[in-house]
Design a protein around this ligand. Structure first.
Ligand SMILES: NC(=O)c1ccc[n+]([C@@H]2O[C@H](COP(=O)([O-])OP(=O)(O)OC[C@H]3O[C@@H](n4cnc5c(N)ncnc54)[C@H](O)[C@@H]3O)[C@@H](O)[C@H]2O)c1
Length: 419
């Protein structure tokens, strides 16, 4: 984490935080409270899933008066906390966020901000009126590799950005788990995939370019994971399927054989992981054939945009790849930068010399290479010190969300949209 010596806000009391939603993301962010209890204390949790509520309450010694199954009960009375973390599913961001702001709590809000642009704007407006800080968990701004790109661009050593190619390979395993079978498969429950998955990328690109989007167009569809593409002989569940052994999308292979993407399968007391996996394959949503799910988000999308300062951006998001990374190629007036999260190359046109930055040692490190902890660190500082500016304030984040919502409008209408 980027801490250099004693800082002015240090020595103040720990920031008190209540987590709403105690799933995957919260388990990452509370690592900060585990490591630095003198800076952050988890003083409450709201979670509908009993097993998760019990686990986190036990770990942080929370009493029953600090645990809630319904966030309306939590907000119904004043509670001794400075801030709230909102890490619930995407259709449950806006309402608790507005309630937290109205109660005067600072908010660390998981992305996407909300499901509609007017809701995003409303959160920003109410936070301003109420004088509370809302930080959005745009992890790339806190990630050492992406920060290095920003540092090089801002240094001016390569001149001015002219264009950027940015490719997001979401990765087949991640996509099947999240966007075909799982929690982000339906846009009305989560969001269109560009917003759910790539609001980080649009935020990163606008952060680099430092100029608003002027116009854009976008194309994409759900091309493959539809029932009419189911191969003959396939069945509704991989565990009963005759052609499972040849299928690259098999849930049996992903979860049971390879034990990948199983972190969100809770193992209740008295059960084994083996039993939970088999039960999921037989009856759960993750055991379904990818051609017989109720998914409706795209499986590929492109976006072209031009910013006010005439930078052009080519963006594409693909799931048909084993890669799970972001590749960026930035062309500037005096050189170029290209990288894939493990290696970053910086080239000056005049000298034709390459400078290589190697990130392979941190690329697969936990907590998004430490970025998750950097997010919380930034938020804790901002809550402790009124003057400290968040790296991802809500106003900036609304701007990148606006581009994503407009891109979706363009994809659906087939028109270039002027912002
Ligand atoms: N910043 C990132 O890199 C990143 C990565 C993945 C997910 N996310 C976002 O984080 C958010 C949470 O995702 P996740 O992966 O932790 O999902 P998750 O399903 O693991 O966790 C969400 C939790 O919210 C709980 N919940 C549901 N309804 C609730 C309610 N009414 N009150 C209280 N709790 C409730 C669920 O039981 C679950 O435990 C989503 O918005 C997602 O898009 C961000």
């Amino acid at each position: 984490m980027e801490r250099a010596g004693q800082e002015s806000w240090e020595g103040t009391k720990p920031v008190r935080l209540v987590a709403i939603g105690a799933g995957n993301r919260t388990s990452k962010y509370v690592e900060y409270a585990r490591r630095y209890p003198e800076r952050l204390q988890l003083v409450g949790v709201v979670e509908v899933n009993k097993t998760r509520l019990q686990n986190i309450a036990k770990e942080f010694n929370l009493t029953s008066s600090q645990c809630f199954a319904d966030y309306n009960d939590f907000f119904a009375q004043p509670f001794q906390t400075d801030a709230v973390l909102i890490a619930t599913p995407e259709d449950l961001h806006y309402d608790p966020c507005i309630k937290a702001i109205n109660a005067g709590y600072h908010v660390l809000l998981e992305k996407p901000i909300a499901q509609r642009l007017d809701e995003c704007n409303d959160i920003a407006k109410r936070a301003r009126e109420k004088g509370v800080k809302v930080g959005v968990c745009h992890v790339l701004r806190y990630h050492p590799y992406f920060q290095k790109i920003k540092e090089i661009v801002d240094s001016g050593e390569l001149g001015t950005i002219i264009s950027i190619n940015h490719v997001v390979s979401v990765g087949l395993d991640r996509s099947l788990h999240g966007f075909v079978r799982g929690l982000w498969r339906r846009e009305e429950v989560s969001n269109p995939m560009l917003i759910a998955k790539c609001c980080h990328d649009i935020d990163f690109l606008l952060w680099l370019i430092n100029s608003p989007c002027r116009r854009l167009s976008s194309f994409g569809s759900l091309r493959w994971f539809r029932s009419e593409n189911a191969p003959s002989g396939s069945s509704d569940r991989c565990i009963n399927c005759k052609i499972e052994k040849q299928c690259p999308y098999s849930a049996v292979d992903l979860y049971y054989n390879r034990r990948s993407w199983i972190a969100n399968f809770d193992v209740p007391e008295g059960k084994t992981q083996e039993e939970v996996l088999l039960e999921e394959l037989q009856h759960g949503m993750y055991g379904r054939c990818v051609f017989h799910c109720d998914n409706n988000v795209v499986d590929h999308q492109v976006l072209s945009m031009e910013t006010e300062n005439e930078v052009t951006v080519n963006f594409s998001m693909d799931i048909f790849t084993n890669e799970d990374c972001r590749e960026t190629h930035i062309k500037l007036t005096h050189g170029e930068i290209d990288g894939n999260e493990t290696r970053l190359r910086v080239r000056h046109f005049r000298t034709n010399e390459d400078r290589i930055f190697d990130f392979s040692d941190i690329a697969k490190k936990p907590f998004h290479a430490g970025a998750d902890l950097n997010i919380v660190d930034d938020f804790v500082k901002a809550v402790s010190c009124k003057e400290y500016p968040l790296k991802t304030p809500i106003d900036k984040s609304v701007e990148s969300h606006r581009v994503c919502f407009v891109a979706e409008q363009s994809r659906l209408t087939g028109q270039t949209v002027y912002l």
